[in-house]
Design a protein around this ligand. Structure first.
Ligand code: FAD
Ligand code: UDP
Length: 400
């Protein structure tokens, strides 16, 4: 945007009215949108939501591309949860389409199912393991006991042995995180289980569905309330001094909120490359993973599998990990957790602010976990609001 356009759009935007809101929510992703919805429709609060991006939805934002295919701007988002509460809550804002995610890993010239299951072993090694007991015994003979299991290397090597670890996990993880699996918490690769049956679904959650009209439409409905005003393209810093609110919900990076006082928390980023092919389908499943370290992309996703869209063309996203760019992933390892704890201590001393979401709590959370976290944070809020007004009364008293 040219400088004069920027000025014009700033002038066109009505000024904020100082006392028009009770709560300011920073971020219009799942954490911010759920908090805003609860505060407005359950709590009767007047809510201002700002997001510095030009749209709502956070990382789950989806949109039509130039060919009219629905794509996800920040990489593929597949909804899955075991929480009946989270599913019921979100179901108020969208209808769903059933979708079970499947992923193949490119190993040499073969494409085999990941998570590793009995079919993976049979295809890769030309075996005929017919029962769970046979698959378990085969893996058992290769697994290397590790005690205690601490790192992302330990988890996999102790389950399937070094060869399968190197085939499927070492290269992918080194690319994705810029770290060796031995330098990451066990929780990272533990997201991907090992199976002795032939279940080739990526997730086994009770609810596996995609929003029928897309994520962005679901966010529009979440935020559609007379007590909610949304301003996109607006950073927290631009409004911080302009509004007078009783409470702040912050869903951005926690270290940024505290001006990186203790140094930067590491986040991993990605570069997304989208392409549209003049053919109805490109891949047999939604996602192909590329565990080979020499291949630059980690995975390629074809959206039509997720969305069910019918179209003569098809769009795909290649994911290339990167140290620079938007903060997408907290990096789970002990020293980062220590640093986060120091920021968390600052957060705990701020009853006037709720820190919610993947960046504000530095947790490698999926959508459903963020929604669950936001619902829980809202439930705790009345107590917090009381504490914060008690604190400001006390502060006013000590000043006087
Ligand atoms: P975000 O979506 O990051 O929202 C935070 C918002 O705050 C952002 O829009 C940001 O612009 C805004 N913001 C930050 N600071 C400021 C500021 N100072 N002023 C104004 N605005 C600010 N989860 C799944 O369940 N399934 C998946 O398949 C899945 N795939 C994923 C794939 C990728 C590539 C990534 C990165 C994540 C994936 N996730 C998936 C995780 C999912 O994206 C998150 O759990 C969820 O979107 C987090 O929501 P959030 O509101 O915490 O954060
Ligand atoms: N992983 C891997 N090989 C794979 C799939 C996953 O090594 O084929 C590891 C990698 O470290 C990855 C982590 O497991 O970051 C979690 O995978 P997941 O698919 O859950 O990642 P996300 O969808 O969150 O990017």
């Amino acid at each position: 945007m040219a400088a004069q356009d920027l000025k014009a759009s700033a002038a066109a935007r009505p000024r904020l009215i100082r006392n028009a809101y009770d709560v300011l929510v920073v971020g219009a992703g799942f954490a911010g949108a759920v908090m805003a919805e609860r505060l407005a429709s359950d709590g009767g609060k007047r809510v201002l939501v700002v997001d510095r991006r030009p749209h709502i939805g956070g990382n789950a934002y989806d949109e039509m591309d130039a060919s009219g295919l629905l794509i996800h701007r920040y990489g593929p988002h597949i909804f899955h949860t075991n929480s009946a509460e989270v599913f019921a809550y979100l179901s108020r804002f969208t209808r769903w389409r059933p979708y079970e995610h499947r992923v193949l890993a490119q190993v040499g010239d073969q494409q085999v199912p990941i998570p590793i299951n009995r079919t993976t072993l049979n295809q890769l090694y030309g075996l005929a393991l017919n029962t769970e007991a046979e698959a378990a015994a085969w893996l058992q003979a290769r697994a290397e006991p590790v005690s205690p299991i601490k790192t992302s290397e330990d988890v996999v090597v102790s389950a399937v042995g070094r060869e399968l670890y190197e085939t499927f996990f070492r290269g992918y993880t080194r690319k994705q995180w810029g770290l060796d699996p031995s330098e990451l918490d066990r929780s990272v690769t533990a997201r991907v289980p090992t199976r002795i049956n032939t279940d080739d679904r990526y997730f086994t959650d009770a609810f596996q569905v995609m929003p029928l009209d897309g994520y962005t439409r679901m966010f529009e409905r979440l935020l559609d309330h007379p007590n909610i005003e949304v301003r996109t393209g607006v950073d927290y810093r631009e409004v911080a001094g302009q509004v007078d609110v009783e409470h702040l919900v912050f869903t951005g990076p926690i270290d940024e909120f505290f001006d990186h006082r203790y140094g930067r928390l590491p986040y991993r980023s990605l570069r997304f490359e989208n392409m549209t092919l003049d053919q109805p389908q490109a891949q047999s499943v939604a996602t192909i993973n590329y565990p080979d370290e020499a291949t630059p992309q980690t995975r390629v996703t074809e959206y039509k599998h997720l969305t069910g869209q019918t179209h003569p063309k098809t769009s795909l996203t290649y994911e290339y990990p990167s140290a620079e760019g938007d903060p997408y992933y907290p990096v789970p390892r002990p020293e980062n957790h220590e640093l986060y704890k120091r920021y968390e201590a600052l957060a705990l001393a701020r009853p006037d602010v709720s820190f919610v979401g993947r960046l504000a709590t530095y947790r490698y959370y999926n959508i459903d976990q963020v929604v669950g976290q936001a619902l829980a944070a809202y439930r705790r809020l009345p107590q917090r609001l009381n504490r914060s007004s008690a604190a400001s009364v006390a502060a006013a008293g000590s000043e006087g």
